[in-house]
Design a protein around this ligand. Structure first.
Ligand code: GLA
Length: 350
C-alpha cells in the first residue's frame, strides 16, 4: 500500500499517452512493421489505496462511476470493461492488488483513432500496480496484458501497436516496431519547419464495432490458404493464389511493410516530400486494398490535401476516426486540426 511515513494513505498518478501512426497500418496483427509515435495527449489515472477489496472508479470527464469487487469476473460494457479487464488481467498475471480508488481524466479525443483506449489501459495498469506497491511487469509484457483486455474484455481483436507505442514513446522519435520479434527501434523524427496534424473526420470509430475483426479474420484466411503462419511471410508472388478480396488484403500488408522501411529511410535523409508521398500511397492502399475508408474520411483527406498537405491518410483501425496530414512550411492546415509531435511514453508522475 502506498503509505506515507505517518501512515496516511497517499495517492499515485500515472499518465499514458495516445499515439499517432506515421505509417504501417493493420500490420501489427500480421507480424509486420509499423512506425508510430506517442503524443503529448493521453490519459491520467490517480490511484489511492482504500480499505476493503473494492475498486472504486470515477471517470471524471464522463461524470460516471463504477464500483466492483477486485475478484469479480463479471463482464460489462463501455469504458468500465477496460478497467475491470485490467484488474482481472493484472491479477491473472500474479500482481496482488489492493482496494483502490481511481480517478480518470484525459485529453485524447475518444473514438478519434488516437488510441484513447490503450492510454486508458496502460495508465490504469501503472496506477493500480503503484497503489499496491506491486512489481511492474516488463513493458512488453504489460503491452500484451493490456492488449488481452481489448481482445477478451472489450471484444476488439486488436494487435500490440497502441500499447507498445504508449509504453515505449520517446520525445522527438518515432518507433519502428517489428511485430515478429517485438523489437522497438527509436527513429529520429525532428519535424523542424514541418507539421503533423490530425483532423477528425467527424465519424466516431470503434474497433470492436467496426469491420476491424472481419479484416483480421480475412488475413487469417489468407494465411491458411497460403499455408503460412503470418502475412509477414507472404510475397507479391503469392497473390495469384488468393481469391478476391484476400489478395488485396495481403497486398496491403506486404506493401505496408515495405513503406515502413522506406519511411525510416526518408526520415534518415530528412526527406519530407518522400515521406508525404509514402503517406499518400498508404492511404490509397487502405482505401482500395484494405477497404477501411469511408466517405467522411475521404472528404477529410481531400480537405487536408486541398490545404497543401504533402501527404494525408486515414489512421488507426479505420472506418472513421482521424486523418493524419503532413505539412511543409507553405501548407496551411485547417484551424481545427490538432498538431501532434512525438512525446514521451507512459510513466508515473508521482
Ligand atoms: C487499431 C488497433 C491496432 C492496429 C491499428 C491498425 O489502432 O488497436 O492494434 O491494428 O488499429 O494499424
Amino acid at each position: 500500500m502506498a503509505d506515507t511515513a505517518a501512515g496516511a494513505v497517499t495517492s499515485v498518478t500515472a499518465f499514458a499517452p495516445g499515439r499517432v501512426n506515421l505509417i504501417g497500418e493493420h500490420t501489427d496483427y500480421n507480424q509486420g512493421l509499423a512506425l508510430p509515435f506517442a503524443i503529448a495527449e493521453g490519459v491520467t489515472v490517480e490511484a489511492a489505496a482504500i480499505e476493503g477489496d473494492r475498486i472504486e472508479v470515477s471517470a471524471l470527464d464522463l461524470a460516471e462511476r463504477d464500483t466492483f469487487e477486485i475478484a469479480t469476473s463479471a463482464k460489462v460494457e463501455g469504458w468500465r470493461a477496460f478497467i475491470r479487464g485490467i484488474v482481472a488481467e493484472l491479477r491473472r498475471a500474479g500482481v496482488e492488488l489492493v482496494g483502490t480508488r481511481l480517478r480518470i481524466s484525459g485529453n485524447v479525443p475518444q473514438g478519434g483513432g488516437l488510441s484513447s483506449s490503450a492510454a486508458l489501459e496502460v495508465a490504469a495498469a501503472l496506477a493500480l500496480i503503484a497503489a499496491a506497491d506491486g512489481e511492474c511487469p516488463k513493458r512488453v509484457e504489460l503491452a500484451k496484458l493490456c492488449s488481452r483486455v481489448e481482445n477478451e474484455w472489450v471484444g476488439a481483436q486488436t494487435g500490440l501497436l497502441d500499447q507498445l507505442t504508449s509504453l515505449y514513446g520517446e520525445e522527438d522519435h518515432a518507433l519502428r516496431i517489428d511485430f515478429r520479434s517485438l523489437e522497438v527501434t527509436p527513429v529520429t523524427l525532428e519535424l523542424r519547419d514541418h507539421r503533423l496534424v490530425m483532423l477528425d473526420s467527424g465519424e466516431q470509430h470503434s474497433n470492436a464495432a467496426s469491420g476491424y475483426n472481419e479484416r483480421r479474420a480475412e488475413c487469417a484466411r489468407a494465411c491458411e490458404t497460403l499455408g503460412i503462419e503470418s502475412l509477414r511471410e507472404a510475397t507479391l508472388d503469392h497473390l495469384s493464389q488468393l481469391p478476391e478480396p484476400l489478395d488485396r488484403r495481403a497486398r496491403h500488408v506486404i506493401t505496408s511493410n515495405k513503406r515502413v522501411n522506406d519511411a525510416v529511410e526518408a526520415l534518415r535523409r530528412n526527406d519530407f516530400e518522400r515521406l508525404g508521398g509514402l503517406i499518400d500511397e498508404s492511404h490509397a492502399s487502405l482505401r482500395d486494398d484494405y477497404e477501411v475508408s469511408t466517405p467522411a474520411v475521404e472528404a477529410t483527406v481531400e480537405r487536408l490535401k486541398d490545404s497543401g498537405a504533402l501527404g494525408a491518410r486515414i489512421m488507426g483501425g479505420g472506418f472513421g476516426g482521424s486523418v493524419l496530414g503532413l505539412f511543409g512550411p507553405e501548407g496551411d492546415p485547417p484551424d481545427e486540426a490538432l498538431s501532434v509531435r512525438p512525446g514521451v511514453g507512459a510513466r508515473l508522475l508521482s
